[in-house]
Design a protein around this ligand. Structure first.
Ligand code: FAD
Length: 399
């Protein structure tokens, strides 16, 4: 009989739902607790590449993922006066090639949730309050239950990590940038395309995917750490407006729309780095353990692969968590390191520090399609991402 069959997962997003799927498939009994009242819809577009595509294939949902593809076609750069200055293929702009997929995070989450909702217990609108060494968990709702193991899949600001490993500041590595994203009216009439404006130290991007007639506005900017209240959205909107003040193109109009948006997201670009992703009967997976930051473009793939490996190692060790957690650490270490390295490197290409570098970058983008060394330049963009995305050999775990 499998040891430690009764497993609590905190967080029902990419890492949590895929972890639940694999654990169930291997005969464990996972329960998922999610702070939100339901599976979170919408969000932004995310990529699935390399080894993560293989995991999605093994989950049997590749067709659903392809059906949910954003089908983005082009990314166009505009100058301050709104003139088109360069256009590039959307896949190249997003660092994708071949079979790499792009999908809205909410759609992917729903695909994974649908796979598990009839066989896994989900506790919505609740959160872990305490975890004892022998697995007794109390919840914010007052509920108390005993589990054999607890898996923290509750994101970059993980509650499980705070309870078991301590303050986030020990593990957080600030990359020196902020990101903000929200839904806005599609006033540019975009159809499966993105529009980009790059100003020194500040970038604005607005896109519309196949799935929606509306648009998402994304802002990225270089900044010292900001002191703000995490639950004060109005304050965060003001910080964004201050950061973008003076940026032209469509930015003033986008900022007006941001004021009315109801799905406003604001955070620093921060990576989570830990020497060890487990302690006692608790392990972390996805952003909770090794957030690579949105700039890496690999957070979703790390979460998918991490869940596959952690569940697989538990199955291979017949539930012995000490053996499994050691193996998980060993199997994932290089893959995590390689993908985290992409974050600081990529963001330098997204936020351009000076007026001269902005001019130079736009000039290069404009000339690239006509340059003899074009393939080499493209390889310099996609090569490191491809290498990192494939830098793990997936085992075939027991069924
Ligand atoms: C703006 C932005 C753009 C991005 N772009 C990309 C991209 O292009 N490509 C890519 O691969 N990745 C991208 N990412 C990153 C990607 O979204 C994450 O890496 C990925 O979703 C990690 O999944 P996760 O399940 O580990 O964490 P999350 O998706 O953060 O999910 C954590 C879950 O835990 C829940 N939760 C939180 N606290 C508690 C609690 N106390 N109790 C219970 N539940 C809790 C949350 O509600 C959520 O459902 C982007 C992220 C952002 C923010």
């Amino acid at each position: 009989m499998t040891k430690n069959a009764n497993i609590l997962i905190s967080g029902a997003s990419i890492a949590g739902t895929s972890m639940a799927y694999w654990l169930r498939r291997y005969g464990f009994t996972p329960t998922v607790v999610e702070r939100a009242p339901a599976i979170r819809e919408g969000g932004y577009k995310v990529d699935i590449r390399g080894a993560a595509l293989e995991v999605v294939e093994r989950m049997g949902v590749m067709d659903a993922v392809l059906a949910g593809s954003t089908e983005m076609t082009v990314a166009t750069h505009y100058d301050a006066k709104g003139r088109k200055v360069a256009t590039m293929d959307a896949a190249l702009f997003g660092g994708r090639e071949g079979a790499d997929a792009e999908i809205m995070r909410g759609d992917l989450n729903e695909i994974f949730y649908d796979l598990t909702k009839d066989s896994v217990e989900y506790l919505f609108d609740d959160s872990i309050a305490t975890i004892s060494d022998d697995g007794v968990v109390t919840f914010e709702s007052g509920l108390t239950r005993k589990f054999d193991l607890v898996i923290g899949a509750d994101g970059a600001h993980s509650n499980t990590r705070r309870i078991v490993f301590g303050d986030e500041r020990q593990f957080a590595h600030d990359l020196g940038y902020y990101v903000s994203i929200c839904s806005v009216p599609n006033h540019l009439g975009l159809d499966r395309e993105e529009a980009v404006h790059v100003a020194p130290g500040r970038t604005a991007n607005v896109y519309s995917t196949k799935q929606t007639s509306g648009a998402k506005a994304l802002f990225l900017w270089a900044s010292e750490p900001l002191d703000y209240n995490y639950s004060d959205v109005e304050q965060q909107k003001k910080l964004l407006a201050d950061a973008m003040a003076g940026v032209r193109w469509e930015v003033p109009k986008l900022l007006e729309s941001v004021r009315d948006s109801r799905d406003f997201y604001f955070d620093s670009l921060t990576q989570i780095k830990m020497d060890r992703w487990s302690k006692g009967r608790v392990a972390l997976v996805g952003d909770a353990a090794y957030c690579a930051s949105p700039a890496s473009g690999q957070g979703t793939s790390l979460a998918i692969v991490g869940a596959y490996v952690l569940a697989g190692e538990l199955a291979a060790a017949a539930g012995d968590h000490e053996i499994a957690f050691d193996a998980y650490q060993r199997e994932m270490a290089e893959f995590v390191e390689a993908n985290q390295k992409l974050g600081p490197a990529n963001v330098k290409g997204m936020v351009i520090p000076s007026k001269f570098m902005v001019w130079f970058t736009i000039r290069m983008l404009k000339l690239m399609p006509h340059m003899p060394g074009k393939d080499g330049m493209i390889e310099r963009i996609t090569g490191p991402i491809r290498v990192a995305a494939n830098s793990i050999t997936l085992k075939n775990y027991v069924e």
